[in-house]
Design a binder for this molecule. Structure first.
Ligand code: ATP
Ligand code: MG
Length: 262
């Protein structure tokens, strides 16, 4: 579980990145973080991985107190959270295979096991055939896939993807979200920052957290279900009105059926 309480971030320049954010994101959720440019999406993601500290407030990832975390425990936090950065941060002088294997090399994984894991990951994200190419030799969508594979190398509990569909055409963008969705179905919590509101229409079941000027202005869980629930209530009240026209007011209402799911 990710929990932010009264989190604010004021930069040295005086710019307010975030102000008074309260959020709980459960394990296994797939959340879209939306908002105009400058609304605080990247700031929020950077706070979660302790790339910087908030000016105020507390952040918990599971039982890890992110703000109070001693420097030497930051790698432990970063193992739990894979990140696809807005600018990808792929190393241009290394092949895709070398980029993805790097986190495993750093923690001293056995070479053969690491290579096997990387091949599995590249297969999973659909770019195994490009393993020996350099990032500049890939398309935008393929590069995103490489960055996603690298973010998953250490099997994180949480995947943060910052505008992963930024420069992609709509079909490729949709494929990337499908990939993230599959990763989420395997149990990883996914938070995806995006401007692309068209995508949200296709994923109306996902939670959408909207930021504006550093504040949460909307937090909508399962938009479609809420919408249909609202519709049912509307329909029901319409029915009741019509019934009350026809029936005497003294009529005893039937008890609601139990065990019905919304
Ligand atoms: N390092 C920094 N120093 C000063 N101000 C910053 C810094 N990083 C971000 N900001 C400011 O904080 C606000 C939020 O920025 P942030 O990068 O989080 O927005 P964003 O929602 O990710 O935007 P985009 O959609 O363009 O990526 C902006 O006003 C920005 O100028
Ligand atoms: Mg950003």
């Amino acid at each position: 579980m990710i929990k932010l309480e009264k989190v604010s971030k004021i930069f040295g320049t005086g710019a307010a990145g975030l102000s008074d954010i309260n959020l709980v994101i459960d394990k296994g959720e797939f959340v879209f973080l939306v908002g105009h440019t400058g609304s605080g999406k990247t700031t929020l993601l950077r706070l979660l991985i302790r790339e910087m500290l908030p000016s105020e407030g507390t952040i918990f990832i599971g039982d890890l107190d992110v703000v109070a975390l001693p420097q030497q425990k930051i790698p432990h936090l970063r193992k739990k959270i894979g990140v696809v950065f807005q600018d990808l941060k792929l190393l241009m002088d290394r092949t895709i295979f070398e980029n993805v294997i790097l986190p495993l090399e750093i923690i001293g994984f056995k070479k053969e096991e690491a290579a096997k894991r990387v091949e599995e990951l590249l297969e999973q994200v659909g770019i195994l055939e490009h393993r020996d190419k350099f990032p500049v030799q890939l398309s935008g969508g393929e590069m995103q896939r490489a960055a996603i594979a690298r973010a998953l190398t250490l099997s994180p509990d949480i995947l943060l993807a910052d505008e992963p569909t930024g420069n992609l055409d709509s079909k490729t963008a949709f494929d990337i979200v499908e990939l993230l969705s599959k990763i989420n179905q395997n149990g990883t919590t996914v938070i995806m920052a995006t401007h692309n509101l068209d995508l949200l229409k296709k994923y109306a079941k996902n939670r959408v957290i909207a930021l504006e000027k550093g504040k949460v202005i909307r937090d909508q869980k399962h938009a479609k279900e809420e919408h249909s629930a609202e519709k049912k209530v509307e329909e029901k009240s319409q029915e009741t009105k019509e019934q009350s026209k026809r029936e005497p007011v003294t009529k005893i209402e039937k008890p609601e059926k139990k065990g019905e799911k919304k």
